[in-house]
Design a binder for this molecule. Structure first.
Ligand code: PLP
Length: 461
């Protein structure tokens, strides 16, 4: 399988090079040259398989440069730290209403599903090549811990995660700083999240500083993350009756990585009727779908912080398909967007998107009321991001006869304070409780790129 950039200029790459490269050299995102289709019969066969076996059969179609045995082992290893045997348990919460728990991994958020796999995969490729790498990432809380949990057992790389000092919650910080492995380095930066992100970005424009090692980014634009997420769309749809019937999904969305994986499942032939984009008030995705308003607005801090974004980077991948893989059109749209902070989609591709994608935006007050309403109706608590999904599933579901699966993206205990604010009480799971007793390890550095670089060089293996 070969991978091409949405902007059409960067070289065509193998799966291995795509994963190790991340962002394409023309600024675009890599997508598979052809999306393989599964037949009706193959879907039926998959419905009899375990999660691990399904993941293998689905991902195998996109990966031709890892041998069968190694790929099987990589996948198996990636899901050993999940606390539920089915990996993604599904619950019925109403008539044709389902909730898919994606947070049974080591850091209690859906990002574990992709980052556990990506860690093992990248380490495998580096070992094969005899290369060492440095991974850098900035986090406002959630991605950092999932990335660290995904890469802490990798022997061929050092990982540096920058978080804004004193601006992440204690649980979030401890999920990162109590990981003992000596290839993991936490930096608490004396600045805000934007300062941290700017240092990471500038480091990529200045790769020379790490002297011969490969520098890898850990953000949601990596194709391996999308691919690993496609699996649970197929597995859960089959669990509620596909391929014999249509299924719809509602996805709490920010960078558009999660729901784009659902689009890939759709392109592979999974009968999906609606893909509902649920956003908080940072709602560029909703504004695009509903009003063709593809414009930047200021960031608002919400009680669903993992969805606080200004631009959704993976949306470019969807545009590529909406515009029938016309890279010139994509370059024009992005050029306008970068220069004017807005762009306008053509009617035809937008109309096409609107037959599959629906959207809504949910504010903090509504999140709080959904949290208690849901508890009163169902007897268990969801997290604030999932609450946004549940509201969207109610507002946008046009086909009550079709099963609707809402993706639960995080464990409520990760957002303990918000749960208390909604008037509910929650016991911390023992794994999170134990964090409070563990020893932390991190370095506090000024928001100064040269200081960060000399620190990286001094501790790198
Ligand atoms: C990252 C995240 C999201 C948003 O997912 P995208 O792939 O960026 O759309 C939603 N909920 C939680 C809890 C997250 O951590």
């Amino acid at each position: 399988m070969r991978y091409v950039s949405t902007r059409g200029v960067a070289p065509v790459l193998s799966f291995e090079d795509t994963v190790l490269t991340g962002l394409a050299s023309d600024g675009g995102l890599y997508v598979p040259e052809i999306i393989p289709k599964l037949s009706h019969k193959e879907f039926i066969e998959l419905s009899k398989c375990s999660y691990i076996e399904s993941a293998y059969r689905i991902m195998r179609l996109f990966i031709d440069d890892v041998d069968d045995m190694s790929l099987k082992l990589l996948i198996k290893k990636s899901y050993t730290r999940f606390c539920n045997d089915s990996i993604v348990p599904i619950k019925q919460i109403g008539n044709n209403q389902f909730l898919l728990d994606l947070f049974t991994g080591p850091t209690f958020a859906f990002k574990d599903i992709a980052l556990q796999f990506m860690g093992n995969l990248i380490d495998y490729f580096l070992k094969k090549r005899g290369e060492k790498a440095v991974i850098m990432g900035a986090t406002s809380g959630d991605t950092g811990s999932a990335a660290i949990a995904g890469f802490c057992d990798c022997n061929n790389l050092d990982m540096f995660i920058l978080h804004p000092n004193k601006m992440v919650s204690e649980i979030q910080r401890r999920q990162m700083t109590t990981v003992k492995q000596d290839n993991i380095h936490n930096i608490a930066l004396k600045g805000n999240f934007d300062d941290a992100q700017a240092i990471v970005k500038d480091s990529f424009n200045n790769r020379g500083f790490i002297k011969g090692r490969r520098l890898i980014a850990i953000n949601s634009i990596n194709w391996a993350r999308i691919l690993a997420q496609t699996v649970y769309y197929i597995v859960s749809a089959l669990a509620v009756g596909a391929p014999f019937r249509n299924v719809s999904f509602t996805v709490p969305s920010a960078n558009f990585g999660n729901i784009f994986a659902g689009y890939i499942a759709y392109k592979m032939g999974l009968p999906i009727r609606q893909l509902i984009i649920a956003t908080n008030v940072n709602n560029i995705l909703h504004r695009i779908i509903e009003y063709n308003d593809f414009s930047i607005r200021n960031l608002v801090n919400t009680i669903a912080p993992a969805m606080d974004i200004v631009v959704s980077s993976n949306f470019e991948r969807l545009l590529f398909y909406a515009y029938n893989k016309d890279s010139n059109a994509i370059n024009n749209l992005i050029y306008n967007f970068n220069n004017k902070n807005y762009t306008i989609l053509d009617e035809k591709p937008l109309k096409k998107l609107r037959t599959l994608f629906y959207s809504t935006s949910v504010n903090d007050n509504t999140i709080l009321s959904i949290l208690s309403q849901f508890y009163n109706r169902n007897g268990f608590i969801v997290d604030p991001h999932t609450a946004i999904g549940l509201m969207a599933a109610e507002r946008c579901n046009n086909f009550p006869e079709i099963p609707m699966i809402t993706l639960a993206t995080a464990h409520p205990a990760k957002f303990y304070d918000t749960i208390l604010k909604s008037g509910l009480f929650l016991k911390l799971p023992s794994l999170l409780n134990e964090l409070l007793l563990k020893e932390e390890q991190y370095s506090i550095l000024p928001a100064d790129i040269s200081k960060v670089h000399s620190y990286i060089l001094s501790v790198c293996h």
